[in-house]
Write a protein that binds this ligand. Sequence first.
Ligand code: HEM
Length: 529
Amino acid sequence: MAVNGSFASPLADARMSSPKAGVLDGLASTALQGLNGWSVALSLFLLLVVYDQWSYIRNKGSIEGPLFKMPFIGPFLESVNPEFERYYAKWKSGPLSCVSVFHKFVVIASTRDMARKVLNSPSFVKPCVVDVARKLLRPRNWVFLDGREHVDYRKGLNGLFTRQALETYLPGQQEVYDKYFERFVQVTEQNGGKQIPFMTHFRELMCAVSLRTNVGHYIDDDMVKKIADDYYHVTAALELVNFPIIIPFTRTWRGKKAADMILNEFSKCAAKSKVRMAAGGKVECIMDSWVKSMFDSEAYRQKVARGEDAGEKPAMLIRMFSDFEISMTIFTFLFASQDATSSACTWLFQLMAQNPDMLDRVRDENLRLRNGDRNARFTIDMLENMPYTRAIVKETLRYRPPVIMVPYMAKRDFPITDTYTAPKGSMVIPTTWLALHDPDAYPNPDTFDPERWISGDAEAQGKNWLVFGTGPHYCIGQTYAVMNLMAMIGKASLELDWKHYPTPRSEEIHVFATIFPMDHCPLTFNKRV
Ligand code: HEM
């Protein structure tokens, strides 16, 4: 046997070598004897667990939430595969409730009034999207600006969503719908006339429409397809709570790679748009519209500087932005719209297939506005005069709101109620579902009833209409989003027949950044004759 074959510590050896040691010495050495590396680590760990629980309970205060949290990670594993029912149970548990995941304390504001309070308190909170979004969109992106800076930047973008601007984007959108509607029919044919889940096809369609609207023809169809495919990784990276660092080959890593690729492409588009707009080209997309107003502003400024008659002052004087700045901002439009519009599009097709009488009314309205010519192109006038199609879109957005949570961050201690203050640094998440399913505002809220927007008083329930948020960060693309969905479903009603194949999971909700039918919407499409 080896001489030093025991695990006795040097301290133990010391005690044995000192038989005359006193009682105190004995006690001290017994205590010290336990102080090997493992026990120090264990004690530290226990201290941290206690601290973690203590700080959770202190932050939780009087609001709803589990009494104890799973040490450190909290319900992280649940948030990897979020279930709608769990979220719903949380919202129903109280107007304010909480969880703590890793280092993040999260306050959930569920009711209409709590959600509105958060969204309308810019001096206490700012949007934080989700943690990883900052890495994907880049920390210097305008959506992370706060206060005056945010207001000023946003003013410069408002011109991109006026009636006049939206009109210039319509031809590009028609072109995309023409192509994809044909493709939907082909997909069904290639599948032997059998149904397949269409959610991913709708996501691609919405991405293609977004890209055409945002960057026109500066990217070709192959790149549209590549971005639509890769964008999936961006969405997948957007879980509510992520691991704090980006680890290679994880979802967040793939999302970041996809985001970098898209930002790079959009920078190239910005350079092309500058060349085309400088040469007096026609505005065809959001990027052109913005670049043109940069040039108009610059021309005005130079004339004023030279003392010349500068003519009419542009509605908004903006500075020149670099290609990458333009790219970052355009990426926010794609980012903000892609998941939300894909969700709305999927539910819209499903709901219309389930309600053929409603679809007939959409078709009649659209045909009438086209004077009976179903191939007539949609125009802005038409889209402004479709009360029934509008009601269908608004009811879809109410019944299945794409954005169910809007994460904000407390910039300082935020007294949400008289009895509860969300601590500085916590995530504060207003939710939209309960406001949009409030039976006082929308009787029989779980029934899809577009009529409430025509003969009912749904339109008067502005306080509950949180589909696009409220306050200084309300959705800048909301008019465009509603109009685009109306244009899509109106055109589809005239050119396509589609059938839904319900499954037991068709009405269940799959949370994937936004919400989708759990079975991803099995459909077949045929050309309408
Ligand atoms: C059905 C489709 C859409 C839904 C449901 C939706 C919903 C929302 C919501 C809930 C917010 C947060 C508002 C808040 O914090 O109060 C938001 C913000 C935003 N949305 Fe949308 N959105 C949609 C489509 C779009 C589209 C098509 C665009 C772009 C063209 C867009 C651009 C934005 C931007 C840039 C913001 C951030 C605004 C800011 O921070 O000032 N959204 N949207």
